[in-house]
Design a protein around this ligand. Structure first.
Ligand code: HEM
Ligand SMILES: *[C@@H]1O[C@H](CO)[C@@H](O)[C@H](O)[C@H]1NC(C)=O
Ligand SMILES: CC(=O)N[C@H]1CO[C@H](CO)[C@@H](O)[C@@H]1O
Length: 321
């Protein structure tokens, strides 16, 4: 522990030197600075302990940050529990299968022990997603910190999350609304290199199409058979997005090339020339994907960040103070 804290201090000094060029909005790399210098190592250690026990948690942690940021900005609103008078984001069908809330609680408790009332839940979600990506073999990127936790979490706001049935132009539009380019949208979709989806999210592709067997013609026929077989055991049956569900790599883009994209919103990226060339680029060059993904994640982590007086440091991530 002592040694890892020392290393952390050195890193902190290094990051502090670099951060001047990087601070955006109210956020900065060394936001917590000397006030809470072990934040990063607490998050990293807790995430890696949890992933050692259950490597499938990396996907849900990454997805949690996405759902937090795309609804009301990155403000920890995804963590709020519903109350008698308020149905929260968490209770939307779009939350389907989100996991990892207990891990966020565990990190929050450890941090509160060391420096009470300083670190927001939104920052913890952002750091945990980053550490999950790295742990799974993905790129390391720096997360600027200083997000405040929001005080609004309403089920109806989750309408802002793109559904799995979106086609290319829907996706481009949805991501443009948050300031993302087409390339950034394709790079962020590469998050689906981790984890699984349930039959309820992809069964729309298995029937009602204008083809001989009714199956989505962009779906590889062997893959379609595997999926149909799976869905026989019900809406909760899971299928991985690519061949390496706990490894963060570029195999997701290979899957798209072979017609094995899981969701409509995945396979559609290979459907139009504009996004297909980006998919091919990432399938060929993992370093390029890692670079673009990192940059896009840093930007995603800054969507509608709450300024000082617009938010709070929640003491319990489940409820507003
Ligand atoms: C492009 C639009 C996107 C759509 C339509 C979409 C939709 C979905 C759906 C439907 C699932 C499966 C839910 C289930 O059946 O349990 C899923 C899983 C996942 N999504 Fe996305 N997503 C999108 C973008 C993103 C982004 C930008 C990220 C993160 C940066 C992300 C991260 C994940 C991860 C990691 C999983 C796997 C979760 C697990 O293993 O439980 N997604 N997504
Ligand atoms: C995509 O879907 C929308 C409806 O969600 C539809 O209006 C549009 O024509 C579709 N675009 C393409 C290229 O299929
Ligand atoms: C983890 C979590 O909060 N899941 C909820 C998602 O939403 C459904 C309702 O659509 C709830 O039943 C789950 O508890």
């Amino acid at each position: 522990m002592a040694i890892s804290h020392l290393i952390e201090l050195f890193l902190l000094i290094e990051v502090t030197i670099f951060s001047a060029q990087f601070s955006v909005h109210a956020l900065s790399m060394d936001y917590y600075g000397m006030q809470c210098p072990f934040t990063e190592s607490i998050v990293r250690n807790t995430v890696s302990k949890a992933l050692q026990k259950d490597p499938t948690l990396s996907g849900p942690l990454l997805r949690m940050h996405f759902h937090d940021c795309f609804v009301e900005g990155c403000d920890g609103s995804i963590l709020i529990d519903s109350t008698k008078n308020n149905k929260a984001e968490k209770d939307s069908p779009a939350n389907l299968s989100l996991r990892g809330y207990e891990l966020i609680d565990e990190i929050k408790e450890e941090i509160e022990d060391q420096c009470p009332g300083v670190i927001s839940c939104a920052d913890i979600v952002a750091m945990a997603a980053r550490d999950a990506v790295l742990w799974a073999g993905g790129p390391l990127y720096d997360v600027p910190k200083g997000r405040k936790d929001g005080t609004r979490s309403k089920i109806e706001d989750t309408i802002n999350l793109p559904p799995p049935t979106f086609n290319g132009s829907d996706l481009i539009k949805a991501f443009r609304q948050h300031g993302f380019s087409v390339q950034e949208m394709v790079a962020l979709s590469g998050a689906h290199t981790l984890g699984v989806a349930r039959c309820s999210s992809f069964k729309n592709r298995l029937s009602n199409f204008d083809s001989t067997d009714g199956v989505d013609p962009t779906l590889n026929s062997n893959f379609a058979k595997t999926l149909s077989q799976k869905c026989k055991s019900g809406d909760n049956a899971e299928a991985p997005f690519d061949r390496t569900r706990i490894t963060f790599d570029n195999d997701y883009y290979n899957a798209l090339q072979s017609g094995s994209g899981l969701l409509t919103s995945d396979q559609t990226l290979y459907g139009s020339p504009r996004t297909r060339s980006i998919v091919n680029g990432y399938a060929m060059n993992q370093a390029r994907f890692f670079f673009d993904f990192s940059q896009a994640m840093v930007r995603m982590g800054q969507i509608d960040v709450k300024e000082d007086n617009e938010g709070e440091i929640r003491l319990n991530c489940h409820k507003i103070n």
